[in-house]
Design a binder for this molecule. Structure first.
Ligand code: SF4
Length: 298
């Protein structure tokens, strides 16, 4: 029996659903029942009726699935798949910022720990961040941990004042793009789409700024794309739009997303490891922020 059949057999026996983020390696995207961005996967996790949710992604995503569907067993095939961006925000930093700005609302990017979400008023993803901020009654918005997403939201929603916490939080995978990449892509007549986690100079040099889910929605607009986000998003785009060209950049790689292999996925289905366990109180407090985000959707 090949590994694909083995995984499918185990998945059925265990009554599991396999969710994979758009940055997962191609072979994992192909094995998953559902692929998507953070918002799409959070919604799928909430709606899942299976006994087990196997989350192929990084820790904050699996935590979000557990928080939204606490009655299910959520497993992460790789225990130490973290997110260096999420690590840049702590609950203490949020509490400090609240003290300094008592009238402000707190919006945390879903790329943050469950403990940080427990301190927030509402969460957001890159797909709905501007909509979430626009929907709030408060004028001052404490926003973390991604300062690039924060500055992009500020441009979309000028009537609000974004206070980035920390002031310089960023994703290292999206910080690799240079103006020269944009210049070269333009010369070769690529249409450029970048993720809002990219720096302002890169966003300004791009034709579109979009979340990974948003990239799939606008892909019909051009035939040749330069995709300024994690390299394996191009695989997902090519799968959905086989007649188009999607240029990816090998230097933009999220190492934590690549720790998984089909063998590791199979073994995690067998052993049901590693189960996501979150403190009950944290989970209950974080749920409010995530559910408010899902209601708004953006
Ligand atoms: S691409 Fe960046 S934000 Fe996304 S999981 Fe990797 S390190 Fe975190």
């Amino acid at each position: 029996m090949g590994i694909r059949e083995e995984i499918e057999k185990l998945r059925k026996e265990k009554n599991a659903v396999i969710l994979a983020h758009n940055y997962q390696p191609p072979e994992i995207q192909d094995l998953a029942g559902i692929t998507g961005d953070s918002l799409e996967l959070a919604i799928k996790a909430k709606e899942a009726t299976e006994d087990i949710i196997v989350f192929c992604g990084v820790e904050f995503m699996a935590e979000t699935a557990k928080i939204l569907n606490p009655g299910k067993k959520v497993i992460m095939p790789v225990k130490d798949a973290g997110c260096p961006l999420a690590d840049q925000l702590t609950p203490e930093m949020i509490r400090e910022a609240r003290k300094k700005h008592p009238g402000a609302a707190v919006v945390v990017y879903v790329n943050s720990s469950a403990e940080c979400k427990a301190e927030a008023d509402v969460a957001c993803t890159s797909a709905n961040a501007a909509g979430v901020v626009r929907s709030l009654t408060e004028t001052e918005i404490i926003f973390g941990p991604d300062s690039n997403l924060g500055s992009w939201v500020q441009e979309q929603v000028p009537e609000k004042k974004i206070i980035p916490v920390p002031p310089d939080g960023h994703c290292p995978v999206h910080a690799v793009f240079e103006i020269s990449d944009a210049e070269e892509a333009k010369k070769k007549e690529y249409c450029i789409v970048c993720h809002p986690e990219c720096e302002k100079k890169i966003r300004d040099a791009s034709d579109f700024v979009a979340s990974t889910g948003g990239m799939l929605k606008i892909a019909h607009e051009a035939d040749k794309w330069a995709v300024f986000t994690e390299k394996d998003m191009a695989y997902r785009l090519k799968k959905e739009f086989p007649d188009k060209e999607f240029r990816h950049y090998e230097k933009s790689v999220c190492i934590d997303m690549k720790k998984i292999t089909p063998q590791i996925l199979r073994d995690s289905l067998k052993s049901e490891e590693y189960e996501v366990i979150i403190d009950e109180d944290i989970m209950n407090r974080a749920r409010g922020a995530i559910e408010r985000m899902i209601k708004i959707r953006g």
